[in-house]
Every structure is written in C-alpha cells, then in structure tokens.
Ligand binder design. Structure first.
Ligand code: NAD
Ligand code: LMR
Length: 332
C-alpha cells in the first residue's frame, strides 16, 4: 500500500519482543510515536525460540491495528536475522536475576545474550544503527554489546536512564506543585541501579532554581531514594517490573536521539564517557545530554558540588566494578 509519505522506511529491531515491555513498546513504534508521523517502520522482532509463538501473537495484533506507517513485521530467533538492516535496535530481552543468583552469575548470563547480539549488530545491522539497551544491568550489557561490535562507532551504544529521569521529573513536580513541563535541567548520573544519582542542583522549576524550593534533607532522605528505588517499588506493588513506563522512556530516548532534544533544556541518557566530569573514558554512564543531528552530546561546564560529587562517584565506582567483573569473565 502506498501512503504518500516521502520518507524511507526505518527498520527497528526489538529484542524480548514477547515480553511485557515489548508488548507496551511495539504498538507505540508502529503508530509513529518513535520516529514521527511521516516515517514508515519495518519491525523486526527478536526472541528466543520459546518466545516466538507469543511474538507471532503480538504480530497478529499489530496487523489488526492497521497502522498506516507499519510496512512489515518479521520475527526471528537468530540475532543474525533479527538485526538485519536495523537502523534502530532496542535491546530489551535480558536474563532477569532469579533467587540465589549472584551479581557475577547475572553478568555472565547476560554476557551470553549481549555478546552474540553485539556481534550480530556488527555483522548485519545498517551502517547508521543506533542501539538502546533496556535489559538489565543495562549499562554493562551495553558495554558488552559495544565491545563486540568493533565496526560500529562506540557512541551508537547507549543504555536507558530516561525512565529514571522521568521519575525524577514527576517527583519534583509533585513536591513543588509544578507541572513536569515547567522543569528544566534535571540530570540522572551514573548507573541504572540503586546507586544512580538524580541531581536537581541545576534544575529550574517554572524559572526558579529548584534548590530554592526544596531542601537538602528532602533531597537526601526522600527524593534521591524514591527515584533510585522506584524500580523495586514498582516490582513490589505490581508483582512485575515496570513495563509501560519503561517502554515510554525508550520511546522518549530514541525519539530525542533521532529527532533532537528541544531547545533550552537537556535530558539524561547513559552514553560512552569521553572522560567528562571525571567519569572514566569508555564507561557507559548516565550524563546530562542534548541531541542534535542524531548525536548525543554531554552538557559541559556544570558545577558539581560536594553533595553531588560523592554520589556521582559512588555510582561510577559501581560501574567500574561491573566493568571489572565482565572483563574478568572475558566479556569485554
Ligand atoms: P519480560 O521477562 O517480560 O520479557 C523479556 C523477554 O525477553 C522475554 O519474552 C524473553 O523470552 C526475551 N528474551 C530473553 N532472552 C532473549 C534473547 N537472548 N534474545 C531475545 N529475546 C530474549 O521482561 P520485561 O519486563 O519486558 O523487561 C525486560 C528487561 O528490561 C529486564 O531486564 C528488566 O529488568 C529491564 N528493565 C529496564 C528498565 C530500565 O529503565 N533500563 C526498566 C524496566 C525494566
Ligand atoms: C526499573 O527501573 O523499573 C527496572 O530496571 C527494575 C528492574 O529491576 O527490572
């Protein structure tokens, strides 16, 4: 069918397509919310063999939505097929931590997923491929995938802290009685884990410095732990980890990366460090970022006070430890 749209179709691969984030994500991509109402989409769903049947069911429902922008849906259980021609790759499927599993076991199990996926992206994805890792531990999974894709520029591998950013926006808006759209200059630093640091020291709320509206006790005792432990609180309340909000954040991240961030503010994304703010080069860590021309850039020149420095350093230390652990396993 022709639609009169001028743009070429974009191929989007989603791994873990039959999972709960996949289910919340695919319909938004196919409806045009990821890349805009003028960009046709070809979806490629990557699953493990046990997930293929459920992915086929989701594909039937995608057909039944009759989305005008959706050009094709292909389902694969082989990464070399699933990433074929991918311009955007959303790496959602991961090995969740189960009872009795140590962190090292978790990193090793995920290495078994993200190493072959990195290799496949290197071999068969489009030259302009942009990768967002959602599956946990997201930053280190992204590092593993990137290190097995030597022909893809490292900056194309990112991990998701946009959900943390959105959580922080919402908490600060509720505390100050403002709307989320009135808040600018929030940052998530570090790892997508409980050590992450949501920083309001450069934020404004309807033009006023956030620090005039909230005090350090609220930041230290309420805001930071609420944002950092929100994932666990959702699991506790829902009996399953966040899904629609995670999918929403993935849409926000990719849309801003491809189409650019709005003027006058920044967002948060975990991208390979260039050494800015004392974060060791190459670590995939969350920073304040803007996007123009399809590239993330770290916002430079922000003062980092002692309160922030300690918390950023704690999260960086954890990321360095994760990197050491996967190095020890020969995964990077
Ligand atoms: P889920 O268990 O519902 O779905 C995961 C899917 O991935 C399953 O269908 C599984 O078959 C598939 N899968 C497993 N290994 C795969 C592989 N090698 N290739 C392709 N598919 C594979 O989980 P979910 O709720 O959708 O969450 C997915 C991941 O996202 C988890 O790791 C979760 O912790 C993480 N997560 C991250 C954030 C974030 O902010 N970064 C937020 C929420 C959840
Ligand atoms: C979240 O932040 O909601 C998830 O990363 C939590 C999890 O462990 O899946």
């Amino acid at each position: 069918a022709t639609s009169g749209t001028a743009k070429a179709p974009v191929t989007v691969t989603v791994t873990g397509a039959a999972g709960q984030i996949g289910y919340a994500l695919l319909f938004r991509i196919a409806s045009g919310q990821l890349l805009g109402a003028d960009t046709p989409v070809r979806l490629r769903l990557l699953e493990i063999p046990q997930g293929v049947k459920a992915a086929e069911g989701t594909a039937m429902e995608l057909d039944d939505c009759a989305f005008p922008l959706l050009r094709s849906i292909d389902i694969a259980d082989d990464p070399r097929v699933g990433f074929e021609g991918a311009n955007v790759a959303l790496l959602v499927g991961a090995r969740p931590r189960t009872a009795g599993m140590e962190r090292g076991d978790l990193l090793e199990a995920n290495g078994g997923i993200f190493k072959p996926q990195g290799e496949a992206i290197n071999a068969v994805a489009a030259d302009d491929v942009r990768v967002l890792v959602v599956g946990n531990p997201a930053n280190t999974n992204a590092l593993i995938a990137a290190s097995h894709a030597p022909d893809v520029p490292a900056e194309r591998f990112t991990a998701m802290t946009r959900l943390d950013h959105n959580r922080a926006l919402s908490q600060l808006a509720q505390k100050t009685g403002a709307g989320v759209a009135d808040i600018q200059g929030l940052t998530i630093w570090g790892n997508h884990s409980a050590t992450q640091y949501p920083d309001v020291f450069h934020a404004t709320v309807a033009g006023r410095p956030a620090t005039e509206l909230v005090d350090e006790t609220w930041l230290a005792e309420t805001f930071i732990p609420t944002v950092a432990k929100r994932g666990a609180a959702i699991i506790e309340a829902r009996g399953a980890s966040s899904a629609a909000s995670a999918a929403n954040a993935a849409v926000d991240h990719v849309r801003d990366w491809v189409l650019g961030t709005p003027e006058g503010t920044w967002t948060s994304a975990a991208i390979p460090s260039d050494g800015s703010y004392g974060v060791p080069e190459g670590l995939i860590s969350s920073f304040p970022v803007t996007s123009t021309g399809g590239r993330w850039e770290i916002v430079q020149g922000l003062d980092v006070n002692e309160f922030s420095r300690q918390r950023i350093d704690a999260s960086i230390t954890e990321l360095v430890e994760e990197r050491e652990a996967v190095r020890g396993l020969g995964l990077v």
